[in-house]
Design a protein around this ligand. Structure first.
Ligand code: BDP
Length: 738
């Protein structure tokens, strides 16, 4: 009996060790499951020739050897001499063969690009992974391993790829006490307390994961910055991380608190025009570069949501940003200055409510509209920033909503390079409990045409610098990473990290292609499984739009924590923190009039873009309530009234989640129990919350529309008061606010 119990315990332990807990991300490299594919790989891969002793080349060699061993279930020796079936990898400096190969083909691979070709050496077939620099070799190695993991043919390779954007960065909103602003996946992975002496294995695994998708920068600290991170003590800690990341091609950046010269420097002012302040930052940069010679630069949130900035001293964003730029210039560092700003004049709630009241009385239309602020503040400065300044713009004009029109700043500043800011942490899209694949959101924005220089002036071309011929380019994603075992809380959160990196490297990839790569590496190559999961992922973004904010509704989430529906909230600290400010529902209709008759925010777009949205009768329905206050009885394309359509969209969102649940449940045979159960439980929460969103929003909006919920839409199971009374004092993600 006792023996049996022991056996059971041992078995359970083995299962739990073997269980797929998500830690390995998309870098699993398990044995190729398809015997025919495995055989073909074994026939084509016989040895590794990867000379060179740099840290990066050593990593590349080890990655290749270690992972080929598990993928092919046999040892692939590292040798010096090229033979048939060799994989030859290197740069012109590390390998004569690669030098000749690149010279013959004249491939332009730039600083970080790589080529993977099937070619011949001495009449024998070999595979070459070639790059100009060591980091390109490492990228090429990960890319080659991906081909194997996704079971692609390797007989006739001719891949050549260079990144779309230069600075491909994660932004961590991590605080020094390990809380994470808008973090839903545990504590910060940076353990500042034990740095610099203790190097957590996670730091290395983090670097590997990022390098495998081409991410080459990380901002370690929250945009709501803490000056302490710039003290010597913390710089030494940051240096330890930079040392770990460097061989993986990843540079470290820090957020700079504008008032740091006062807070940690003992000065009485942080005025950017004061020589002593300028000097303080120059000395600080000198110090930083003495620890981290390849430090990327500063990310700055200034004069936004209470953060100090140049306006605190009567100076402009240009004066502030250029002060940092000058201090960083000798070291080739850059300043990434955020455009997520609020006009200081909009700080008093009463002003807004006064405007709102006037508007309701038909006296005047409120010109104030948070939508317009970033453009209004930054467009006039175009051409005035120093050449190492990038302006970082959130994808939409408000704040990471399930769907936003692209920010009108994209295309509006021909002389100023702009960085994209996406958010993987899903603050407003179900956080880490909803399955939402963001690549379609990213693509929708990147592919949008700004018309800045005629047709084809896409946001992607603004960002990659090609539209206006900028010398620097960048893209950033607010990380969804924490110390949860599987890194992102929701196992599918990993797909958003992955998709961000892949699109930063190649903005031409489709959402489907990226999903497929990720699924095959993360779960399984079984075609039926891949197809089904891809369908779930591709449907998920539209689902969240429908059950949260259909038809162009936005920012109607619970104030503060942004968890759950709260369209009724009207007592937030600032008018534009209130859902009622955004949906403007009344007896006549719903939506924010941003046409010439309203706030006229639409005028910030080029005329061809305005044409997409300016007429209530032809406006794309996905954006309708972003730009128009629309009658409840307005006829929609479906033939329904706006009210009925709204109800149907909410229901459709719920129905899609149920379809996702059914589809997932049918996939159980393909999955490890833990993987299956985890996602199943989360989808159950998602369904519950989708119903909550539908019920709460429809009941509330019905108090204005005064119309019945149409047949075919499930009736709410509680009354409006019930939903209004729900409280979430411990909702995640805000604990770390400074
Ligand atoms: C909002 C978040 C807030 C961030 C802010 C920002 O709610 O926590 O500090 O954006 O981007 O989305 O600065």
């Amino acid at each position: 009996m006792k023996k049996n119990i022991v056996t059971v315990i041992v078995l359970l332990l083995c299962i739990s060790v073997l269980a797929e807990d998500g830690y390995r991300l998309w870098l699993r490299y398990d044995k190729i499951s398809d015997p025919a594919v495995l055989k073909s790989y074994r026939n084509h891969i016989g040895s590794i020739v990867l000379p060179g002793s740099s840290a990066t080349l050593s990593i590349a060699r080890n990655e290749l050897q270690d992972n080929l061993r598990t993928l092919l279930d046999r040892n692939i020796p590292v040798v010096e001499k090229i033979k048939g079936k060799s994989i030859v990898a290197g740069t012109p400096a590390s390998s004569l063969f690669v030098r000749q190969f690149l010279e013959e083909r004249n491939l332009a691979l730039g600083e970080e690009g790589y080529a993977i070709y099937t070619t011949t050496a001495g009449g024998k077939n070999i595979i070459v992974i070639a790059a100009q620099n060591d980091i390109g070799v490492l990228y090429g190695v990960y890319s080659f391993l991906k081909l194997l993991q996704t079971q692609q043919p390797v007989q006739a390779l001719n891949i050549k790829t260079v990144p779309s954007v230069q600075r491909r960065m994660l932004n961590h909103w991590d605080n020094l006490n390990r809380t994470v602003e808008r973090g839903y996946a545990g504590a910060s992975i940076w353990n500042w307390h034990t740095l610099p002496d203790y190097i957590d294995k996670r730091y290395i695994d983090y670097a590997r994961a990022n390098a495998s998708i081409g991410i080459n920068g990380t901002v370690l600290t929250n945009v709501n910055a803490n000056a302490q991170s710039l003290t010597k003590e913390y710089l030494i800690k940051a240096k330890a991380l930079a040392d770990v990341f460097r061989p993986y091609g990843i540079r470290v950046y820090l957020t700079a608190r504008f008032s740091a010269p006062v807070e940690i420097g003992g000065l009485t002012t942080a005025d950017p025009l004061e020589p002593e302040v300028q000097n303080w930052w120059k000395e600080k940069c000198k110090e930083i570069y003495s620890y981290i010679p390849d430090f990327g630069g500063f990310l700055v949130k200034a004069n936004s949501e209470g953060q100090p900035g140049p306006q605190t001293y009567g100076r402009s964003h240009v004066e502030g940003a250029n002060m940092f730029a000058e201090a960083l210039e000798p070291y080739a560092g850059i300043v990434i200055w955020r455009a997520f700003v609020y006009d200081v004049r909009v700080q008093k709630k009463d002003e807004h409510f006064e405007e709102g009241k006037k508007e309701a009385a038909g006296e005047s239309i409120a010109a104030a509209d948070r939508f317009k602020q970033a453009y209004a503040e930054f467009k006039p400065f175009d051409g005035q920033f120093r050449s190492n300044v990038l302006i970082q713009v959130k994808n939409g004009p408000i704040d990471f909503q399930p769907r936003e029109p692209f920010s009108p700043l994209f295309g509006a500043t021909p002389q100023t390079p702009l960085t994209m800011e996406f958010q993987m942490t899903l603050e407003y899209l179900g956080q880490a409990t909803h399955l939402v694949y963001e690549a379609p959101l990213f693509k929708e924005v990147l592919d949008a045409d700004t018309w800045a220089k005629g047709e084809g002036s896409t946001v992607a071309r603004v960002i990659d610098g090609s539209l206006f011929q900028h010398k620097i380019s960048g893209t950033a994603g607010v990380a969804n990473i924490g110390n949860e075992r599987n890194w992102t809380g929701h196992p599918f959160g990993q797909a958003n990290w992955y998709a961000f990196g892949r699109l930063a490297w190649n903005d031409q990839l489709t959402s489907e292609e990226i999903a497929e790569e990720w699924i095959r590496q993360t779960f399984s190559n079984q075609p039926d499984f891949v197809d089904a999961v891809k369908k779930i992922m591709m449907a998920s973004r539209e689902a969240v739009v429908n059950y949260m904010t259909p038809l162009g509704l936005h920012h109607i989430m619970g104030t503060g924590h942004h968890y759950g529906p709260a369209p009724w909230v009207d007592n937030g600290g600032r008018a534009d923190w209130n859902p009622v400010y955004y949906h403007r529902a009344d007896e006549k209709g719903i939506g924010f009039d941003r046409t010439a008759a309203g706030s006229n925010a639409i005028a910030q777009y080029y005329p061809q873009v305005q044409a997409r949205w300016k007429d209530v009768n032809t406006c794309e329905e996905d954006y309708l309530l972003w730009f128009h206050h629309v009658s409840w009885l307005h006829p929609m394309k479906s033939g329904r009234t706006l009210w009925d359509e709204l109800c149907f969209r909410y229901q459709q969102g719920v129905d899609t989640v149920r379809w996702m649940q059914d589809t997932w449940n049918a996939l159980q045979p393909y999955l490890d129990r833990q993987q299956f159960e985890q996602v199943k439980m989360l989808l159950d929460i998602q369904e519950k919350e989708a119903m909550w969103w539908r019920n709460a929003c429809l009941l509330y909006f019905q108090t204005f529309s005064k119309r019945p919920i149409p047949d075919g839409v499930e009736k709410p199971d509680h009354d409006l008061e019930y939903y209004k009374n729900l409280r979430f004092p411990y909702a995640p993600g805000i604990g770390g606010r400074l």
